[in-house]
Design a protein around this ligand. Structure first.
Ligand code: CP3
Length: 337
């Protein structure tokens, strides 16, 4: 891992600040909207290495973030497993498969993800030496939620299945653990400096489900990644977990960085979590800008003062975010206040 890369210095616990934004290549950028228009669809960009590399680099060129995140989606894994995904106005829709039949993560599935690794290779050749490159995947619980319902139903179908047929559901989770670990490892080998696991549906879970389907599978994935790629760093994002859930996740999964959602009080996190932290500015404070942005940033800067921190939002950037507010966000990090 190259130390002159700011994000890597932070990951190695040097007291510095790095900054990037979840969904930083997206619809708030006119150049992304133009690329999407040209490509025809979001999914086309995800599976075309040249287009994916171009989208990945857009926010770096504009804002000089410390990390690029490979342009892809968490739903590429279900797609590779044979659940074709389409994006409707209301969000992603997955084709239903017979979930009572075994799903396997085989070579065919891994091959379907090759464009992601090619895109990483391509970005690496174009990225300047001081910018890190992140890979990512959806976590097993979140992917299972989308696969069980075929859409975002706030986890209802997955929870019902987990209660009614824990054995069958656990088999799906185990397959996802395999596939996600392989996908993260392949991204690291292709040239990603670190990886993030998005568990966007981790909120509102009964604690036994959270332990069984968020904490334990994440622990297995992190152990596999660390054992296969020594020194690799994993960022975890159990969005919406309770504070007790955040505590368990930080202590038990072995993740290197905790990405905090907007609702986690930053002062609670700095007092109670010993791992590196990322986040947790409210995406709506970034839309609002002005005083809301400055107050939100001051709260975080005061709380993390003296420790390494990765500035980011508590969730993905919203399409209505003004470009100048993103510029202001970066300059507030750079000036340290
Ligand atoms: O962070 C990045 O810039 C890298 C790319 C990235 C995307 N999605 C691109 C994207 C990443 C890391 C994701 C993660 C992702 N995708 C999550 C986890 C994080 C989160 O936001 O909770 C989830 C749940 C998904 C699934 C997904 N993809 C949904 C629910 C949607 C539709 C919602 C929306 O914003 O329209 C997407 C589409 C999507 N993924 C877009 C982008 C840039 C918008 C695509 C477009 O319309 O052009």
């Amino acid at each position: 891992m190259k130390e002159d890369v700011k994000l890597n210095a932070v990951l190695n616990e040097k007291p510095e600040y790095a900054v990037w934004i979840m969904r930083q290549a997206g619809r708030y950028l006119p150049e992304y909207r133009a690329l999407r228009e040209k490509a025809g669809s979001f999914w086309k960009i995800c599976f075309d290495p040249k287009l994916a590399a171009e989208a990945t680099l857009q926010p770096i060129k504009r804002f000089g973030f410390d990390a690029a995140i490979i342009f892809s989606d968490i739903l590429t894994i279900p797609d590779a497993l044979g659940f074709p995904v389409i994006f409707e106005k209301t969000g992603p829709q997955l084709e239903a498969l017979d979930l009572s039949k075994p799903i396997v993560f085989d070579q065919k599935a891994l091959d379907r993800l090759l464009p992601v690794y090619e895109a990483i290779n391509l970005v690496r050749t174009k990225l300047d030496a001081k910018t890190a490159l992140l890979g990512f995947a959806g976590a097993p619980w979140t992917l299972a939620c989308y696969m069980a319902a075929g859409k975002n139903d706030e986890g209802k179908a997955a929870k019902f299945w987990a209660y009614r047929n824990a054995e069958g559901f656990s088999r799906l989770i185990d397959t996802l653990v395999e596939g996600i670990a392989e996908h993260l490892i392949a991204q690291l080998k292709a040239g990603a400096d670190a990886v993030q696991l998005f568990d966007s549906m981790a909120g509102g879970m009964a604690e036994p489900l959270f332990v069984q389907y968020v904490v334990r599978p994440t622990k297995k994935i992190v152990a596999r990644v660390h054992a296969t790629v020594p020194g690799a760093k994993v960022i975890g994002f159990p969005r919406g977990a309770t504070l007790r859930g955040y505590g368990m996740y930080a202590e038990q999964t072995g993740i290197d960085v905790m990405s905090l959602d907007t609702a986690v009080p930053i002062t609670w996190a700095t007092a109670n979590l010993s791992c590196l932290l990322q986040g947790n500015l409210d995406p709506l404070a970034l839309v609002a800008g002005g005083e809301a942005l400055e107050v939100g940033m001051t709260r975080i800067l005061d709380a993390v003062h003296g420790r390494p921190h990765i500035f980011n939002l508590g969730h993905g950037i919203l399409p209505e975010t003004p470009i100048e507010n993103v510029e202001k966000f970066v300059s507030l990090v750079r000036s340290g206040g």
